[in-house]
Design a protein around this ligand. Structure first.
Ligand SMILES: [Zn+2]
Length: 306
């Protein structure tokens, strides 16, 4: 239970999407291999760059039987997410609390580097919802969309993360995913995201370096999370335990390219990596966590990242 029970949550940093009639329990991943491969193609935790700015992007992922009018507001209003206690008890509230904590951290941290953090919102949807980078759903997994500068997460993705990818179900495994996406938001604000597009594949590609940097930035947040205060002057998170860090590492490792390739293809091809190996993802998260230093996350400054 990583949140301080009495810290207040700010639901204005998230917006709802999707949902409506569709049962949130119906995870859209069609089960079996097809679903997993789609997840990979969609770059889990990735940055869909959007090949053009067509808002609906023609990304009608074959299986949208569940017709969702993508209008916002049909989903939940998050009014049940008031405090850290709610974040400890409920996965959607936990995403909101993490968004609050990460926004507060980068807002406090960046001025040390003469930068201002632009508060970044998360669309916390169920089922599917439109984004400027195409349709968000668990078939593509959580992502940051640079075209509308929002993070998209369906909290039921965390069930997939544990059940299909084998991460443990600790709170920090989930919080790591959110912090990783906000790492991409920071990269966007610093003008770095193009480096992934220019060199999209391979163990030491620009894409992998961008992903591992986002893991490292998630670690930097984790290091400071228990000293990052909410609006009422109390820190959002309790000091992290070793078990918390193990949870984050289990998630980082579960989504390593080698793990996923082994599982789905029975072989590992580093030439097609986009996110880095399980080992590298853990190593870069820890690099951020141990140093707490943004400057130690420069994955473009080393010969080999993974
Ligand atoms: Zn990513």
């Amino acid at each position: 239970m990583s949140f301080n029970d009495d810290v207040g949550l700010d639901t204005s940093q998230v917006e709802s999407g999707g949902g409506g009639g569709g049962a949130p329990g119906g995870i859209a991943v069609g089960g079996g291999l097809g679903g997993i491969i789609l997840l990979i193609l969609g770059l889990i935790f990735g940055i869909p760059m959007g090949n053009g700015s067509d808002p609906t992007g023609g990304t009608t992922t074959g299986s949208s039987q569940e017709q969702v009018d993508g209008t916002n507001g049909s989903g939940s209003d998050f009014s049940n997410c008031k405090s850290g206690a709610d974040a400890n008890a409920d996965v959607q509230c936990r995403v909101i609390g993490t968004v609050n904590s990460v926004n507060a951290f980068w807002a406090a941290e960046l001025p040390r580097y003469q930068k201002q953090w632009q508060q970044t919102r998360t669309v916390l949807y169920t089922g599917s919802t439109p984004s400027k980078c195409g349709t968000a759903s668990n078939q593509v997994g959580p992502f940051y969309c640079p075209l509308d500068q929002k993070v998209y997460i369906d909290a039921s993705f965390f069930d997939i993360l544990t059940q299909q990818f084998g991460a443990d179900n600790g709170a920090l495994a989930q919080e790591y995913v959110v912090a990783h996406e906000y790492g991409h938001a920071l990269q966007d604000q610093l003008g770095l995201l193009g480096r992934a597009q220019q060199d999209p594949q391979g163990a030491n590609s620009g894409a992998v370096r961008i992903e591992l940097m986002a893991d490292c930035l998630g670690g930097v947040w984790a290091k400071h999370a228990s000293s990052t205060d909410g609006p009422d002057g109390k820190p959002f998170l309790k000091p992290l335990t070793e078990a918390d860090i193990k949870s984050a590492l289990s998630a980082a490792s579960a989504v390593g390219d080698d793990r996923i390739q082994q599982k789905t293809q029975g072989q590992v091809n580093p030439e097609s990596w986009t996110h880095g190996s399980a080992e590298a993802r853990q190593r870069w998260f820890l690099q951020g966590y141990k140093t707490g230093d943004l400057n130690k996350c420069n994955t473009f400054n080393v010969d080999r990242v993974s």
